[in-house]
Design a protein around this ligand. Structure first.
Ligand code: IMP
Length: 248
């Protein structure tokens, strides 16, 4: 076990100095909104990486999030997709994201249950709008509106080097502080974006373009860390990983 800051990595063996072949990064999510944000953060990292999605691979699977932590769910998704697809690729990394909105006045809720916050009559997963309205309703009259978005990115990979195959798991976290607005502001983004005001910008995520959100978001920070960690793990001798934010 190796620890670095909020990140942890588990290795079956030591990592290689450099993979010998193109590494396919599979985005282990069926959420189109997440794909839209994550993809530009990963593209152009290195010519050795190729980014693809479950949809492009014809492997749209629904993985139930049964863990009680973001890290547990992110690992669950990365492991599930890795086990389904890794035989197709000589070198592959499954990359999963689990995200939660933590509101201080709600004792950290909705947190890991952010996707299923609003009650629905049929027990189905609520829409983004139902969750947002339920959040605003739950916070009616509450003065302390501090909150944070937390993303955990999990990587599960297998990379050949020489005559060996190296397997690894790794997680990285990104956190952004903000507050819950009194009403929805902005039309961009997804999920709770219209009610999450980022302290450092005085704008909600929904008032930002994807490019701007990707320069500072919880998800971008987590991916940036995951990529930096991956770079460290694969060095020396590996093509440097450079792109951590969307180019302007
Ligand atoms: P998941 O469990 O990681 O798929 O995400 C839980 C829920 O959090 C999603 O259904 C969205 O409503 C919300 N969410 C995730 N990421 C974001 C984001 O970047 N902005 C706003 N809401 C988000």
């Amino acid at each position: 076990m190796r620890q670095s800051g909020n990140c942890s990595a588990l290795f079956s063996r030591a990592m290689p100095a450099a993979p010998d072949t193109t590494v396919t990064i599979v985005l282990a999510t069926g959420n189109r909104d997440k794909v839209r944000e994550i993809r530009p953060l990963l593209e152009n990292i290195s010519p050795l990486f190729k980014v693809t999605t479950l949809k492009e691979l014809g492997a749209e699977v629904d993985i139930e999030e049964t863990e009680q932590t973001l890290e547990g769910n992110a690992l669950l998704k990365a492991r599930a997709i890795f086990s389904i697809l890794s035989e197709q690729f000589p070198a592959m990394i499954a990359l999963a994201d689990d995200t939660g909105l933590e509101v201080d006045a709600l004792q950290g809720a909705p947190g890991v249950y952010s996707a299923r916050f609003a009650p629905t009559p049929d027990g189905n997963t609520p829409t983004y709008q139902e969750n947002v309205r339920h959040l605003l309703h739950s916070m009616k009259g509450i003065v302390d509106r501090n909150a944070r978005f937390r993303t955990v990115i999990a990587l599960k990979g297998s990379i050949p080097s020489g005559d060996k195959q190296f397997e690894f798991e790794h997680t990285a976290e990104g956190v952004v502080s903000g507050s819950i607005t009194l009403e929805q502001q902005g039309t961009g983004g997804f999920g709770y974006d219209p009610v999450f005001l980022v302290h450092s910008t005085a704008k909600t995520y929904a008032e930002m373009s994807i490019v701007e959100k990707n320069t500072l978001s919880h998800r971008a920070l987590a991916i940036q860390k995951a990529i930096a960690d991956l770079k460290t793990l694969l060095e020396p001798g590996f093509t440097p990983l450079t792109c951590t934010h969307s180019p302007q």
